[in-house]
Design a protein around this ligand. Sequence first.
Ligand SMILES: [Zn+2]
Ligand SMILES: [Zn+2]
Length: 108
Amino acid sequence: MIGLGLLPLVVYLLVRDPLTLDDHMTDKLNNDVLKLERSYYAFLMDEQDRKCPICGHEVKSRYRFCPACGNELRTVCPACGELMEPNWKSCPHCGHKIDQVEGKGELV
Ligand SMILES: [Zn+2]
Ligand SMILES: [Zn+2]
């Protein structure tokens, strides 16, 4: 009898729990995305030495190409000739809009 009395509560918990879990998962995912974005922007702003994503050779942030493997680390603005990240959509130096033909460097 007591068990039957608890049944609605159990059903409620069973129905409710997945939703709660989903909320937690969503929050966690959002946090992860935020963290990823933060580290990504920190990476963009980073003026310290960093590593070539292809070969791991240490490269200066102002380098356009990796000196070890020739991998293109930066592109050059066609309007003003300043160095840019390959995935930037507009030049921070002159505001020139870049047409993204290829999805190179895109974060998915
Ligand atoms: Zn390299
Ligand atoms: Zn420019």
